[in-house]
Design a protein around this ligand. Structure first.
Ligand code: ZN
Length: 194
């Protein structure tokens, strides 16, 4: 992480561009945005966060079965799920994100999507690139349904930098509150973001 773009060049044009785009999108009510446009916005932040923190590894092009594809894809869901906001499907190298709130069906705000994206991108990065044979793999990666110490270290770094840049830490508090409410609602403790 110390050699990522945001650490090396925090004042670079690409970081400034991220903030400009964020200032534009944070003022947008996602409920008034077409589904295809929300997908495009999500994909834009996927690429920008990848560039800023993951050396463009997740969005790099690789050879697929019949044609080139991005290393990690994104799939969105319009129908809410009671237990999940996002996941990384390691079998398909795919991040999945749920767009709408459970009862009201409102679309989540941009800051929420960025938090979920960052969370799932850390899962993707660790899932694809971590050494499973390492002695500490369970503690660093596998514990708590894949939320080991390495996971929180990376996610904490990313969110801290994004909060500093955008000044939006209150949104993460909201997400944590929702998570607690859902866990209390669900009899079986499950990963809220898997
Ligand atoms: Zn998770």
């Amino acid at each position: 992480m110390t050699s990522s773009l945001i650490a090396r060049e925090p004042s670079s044009a690409r970081i400034k561009r991220f903030l400009e785009r964020y200032r534009t999108h944070e003022a947008v009510d996602m409920n008034n945005v077409d589904y295809n446009d929300i997908e495009a916005i999500l994909y834009e932040y996927f690429q920008r966060i990848d560039e800023m923190f993951f050396f463009k590894l997740l969005t790099r092009e690789i050879q697929g079965v019949s044609k080139p594809r991005k290393l990690v894809a994104i799939k969105t869901h319009e129908v809410p799920d009671a237990n999940i906001l996002g996941l990384f499907d390691q079998n398909h190298d795919r991040i999945e994100i749920w767009l709408n709130r459970l009862r009201t069906f409102e679309t989540y705000p941009l800051e929420h999507f960025i938090c979920v994206l960052a969370h799932e991108m850390v899962h993707a990065y660790i899932g694809i690139f971590a050494d499973e044979r390492h002695d500490m793999h369970d503690e660093w990666v596998n514990d708590h349904c894949g939320h080991g110490t390495m996971f929180w270290k990376l996610l904490g770094y990313i969110l801290d930098r994004l909060f500093e840049l955008t000044g939006s830490e209150r949104v993460w508090e909201q997400i944590c509150e929702e998570e607690s409410a859902r866990r209390a609602f669900s009899r079986k403790p499950r990963c809220f973001l898997t």
